[in-house]
Design a protein around this ligand. Structure first.
Ligand code: ARG
Ligand code: ZN
Length: 487
């Protein structure tokens, strides 16, 4: 944990000097040309609805990120064809999207930042389209009826530009590196490489077809389909993720990699890949990822995906990301704690996803608590002891002023969401006892496998399983900007 915290702090310090135009601020600047006037209204503002009731909202309805995701449809499947050349940083893509309308749609939005879009079709017919900030606004030739299935194909090209956030998010999205790209998109960087519904509240299945210069490896989520095919000096890798996945977890990380593949002791496929600079870390990454995945399967329930593993690339992101099936470590050798953290996210965040960013502690508090459980399992400091150490910090410490149960959009990955979120779970464990607590962790996973979760649902389940009234505990630990004194 210490290594991640330090790394994040260092990144924040580094980017703190870059000015104030953060990504959310610029995304909010929608232009007001007539082509987009309705579509540029925040979700729920009702502007679009007043016009026709047939215009998909430009946001999915997360009040903290009003332009993230889109309204009016639900994506089931992405087919992403990406061709990328590291030397020129040129990306050309064809994104196929299968979706279902949730209202009549004369027009709808996709999230896409940058690129030149050359063609959009809906159900095979050319559609009109316009751009506004990070929105691609599509007007199909024929209206799509509520509940109808439809397909969209977007052809686009250009130089991908990652998001460089000046507050605490650092650089994320499609990040070009000297030998490829490091692709880590939390919270909303999927739009930097493909058009889609870029919010965790719309998970989908993914097929990837990634073409790169021969010698470059492309790693995406799920499993490789067939073998890489090379012709005329370019190699195409096909990957498929068959389980629902949030857009920020999708990756097509590319570069020169050393790979190790096999199975964990319990038989789960395990793939580790490292940039040659991290050769010395390959075996440890592979072995530890396998052991931890197997251990979490006994604590949280069966591993939800088809393979586990991890990737170390040479971009110094200052953070790791729990990309589904393939956690990514940005420019450092991860230790036990951070591997335990990213793999716990496969259950907390990936299999079970948040509908609103304010509930981020359901990802980060649980993954942080998992670091403490791993320490306890290894016979090092117990979760209780780690809790006590954090609890001993002065009541003036920043963590106590930030209520972790309501993550702030301008400071999403605050230490409180991680550490105080994890502490809330230790407080709960002490209150309801180990038997109920560990039953709760498994039941929570079983009931929401591949689905969506909210904090209210977690509190309700904790009360149901323990038979205890827990309002005041959660109020104190999650929702009060003050150091809790009882639990
Ligand atoms: N979810 C990641 C983790 O806890 C952190 C991602 C941070 N993202 C960012 N853009 N800084 O390991
Ligand atoms: Zn995390």
């Amino acid at each position: 944990m210490a290594s991640r915290r330090l790394a994040i702090a260092a990144t924040a310090a580094l980017i703190g000097t870059l000015g104030t135009a953060g990504c959310s601020a610029s995304r909010g600047d929608s232009d007001s040309t007539s082509a987009v006037a309705g579509g540029a209204a925040p979700a729920g503002a009702g502007t679009a609805q007043r016009h026709t009731g047939r215009i998909g909202a430009p946001g999915i309805g997360d009040p903290d990120f009003p332009n993230d995701g889109n309204g009016g449809y639900d994506v089931g499947h992405y087919r992403l064809k990406i061709d990328y050349t590291p030397e020129t940083k040129h990306l050309s893509g064809v994104a196929g999207i299968e979706a279902k309308a949730t209202q009549d749609l004369e027009r709808f939005n996709l999230d896409l930042s940058g690129f030149t879009v050359s063609r959009v079709t809906v159900n095979g017919a050319a559609a009109r389209f316009a751009r506004s900030a990070d929105e691609l606004i599509v007007t199909p030739a024929r209206m799509i009826s509520d509940k109808a299935a439809f397909t969209v194909e977007v052809t686009y090209a250009g130089e991908p530009k990652p998001v460089r956030d000046s507050s605490n998010l650092g650089t994320y999205g499609f990040i070009p590196t000297s030998d490829g790209a490091f692709v880590t998109c939390e919270p909303n960087g999927a739009r930097t490489w493909f058009p889609g519904n870029d919010h965790p509240a719309d998970k989908a299945r993914y097929d990837f077809e990634v073409t790169v210069p021969e010698g470059v490896t492309a790693l995406a989520n799920g499993e490789m389909v067939g073998s890489p095919a090379t012709s005329a000096g370019r190699t195409t890798y096909t990957w498929r993720e068959t389980h629902p996945m949030a857009s920020y977890l999708a990756t097509v990380t590319m570069g020169r990699f050393e790979l190790r593949e096999g199975r964990t002791a319990a038989g789960i496929k395990n793939v580790a890949a490292v940039d040659p600079r991290y050769s010395g870390s390959l075996d440890n990454l592979y072995t530890l990822s396998g052991k931890i995945t197997d251990y979490w399967s006994t604590v949280f329930g069966p591993y939800p995906f088809s393979s586990t593993g991890g990737v170390i690339d040479d971009f110094s992101a200052g953070y790791a990301l729990e990309n589904q099936t393939k956690p990514m470590y940005g420019g450092f050798t991860p230790g036990d704690d951070i591997i335990a953290h990213e793999l716990a996210h496969q259950w907390f965040g990936d299999s079970m996803s948040i509908k609103r960013w304010k509930d981020l502690w359901l990802n980060e508090g649980f993954a942080t608590y998992a670091e403490w459980l791993w320490s306890e399992h290894k016979g090092h400091a117990s979760a209780e002891k780690i809790f006590r150490t954090h609890y001993s910090t002065s009541a003036d410490a920043a963590m106590w002023k930030y209520a972790p149960g309501r993550a702030k959009p301008e400071d999403l990955f605050n230490d409180s969401v991680y550490t105080r979120g994890g502490m809330a779970l230790q407080a709960l464990r002490e209150r309801i006892g180990d038997t109920a607590f560990f039953k709760l962790l498994k039941t929570w996973n079983a009931e929401h496998k591949y689905g969506y979760v909210t904090t209210e649902e977690f509190i309700a389940l904790a009360e149901r399983i323990s038979g205890k009234q827990l309002d005041s505990l959660f109020e104190a630990w999650l929702f009060t900007p003050r150091k809790p004194t009882t639990w």
